[in-house]
Write a new protein. Sequence first.
Length: 77
Amino acid sequence: MFNYLGLSARVKASVNPAGGHEQVVQIRRASVHENYEKGAKVDNIALLVLQPELKFNEFVQNIPIRKDVPPTGIRAK
């Protein structure tokens, strides 16, 4: 398990490459996929609890999470 506590995360809107819409927050807690291996292209996901919470606006939005569960062994394309 990696220790990300206390690190800063910079969130930058990709729709505006010139910048100006960044938010800097702290990582309060991180949960990395149990099968994560550095450099691998599978299982490379983590859930981060940020403090303070991000302020959603036209440049910063959440990513919807699937409500259905795909069958075991299916890989994203």
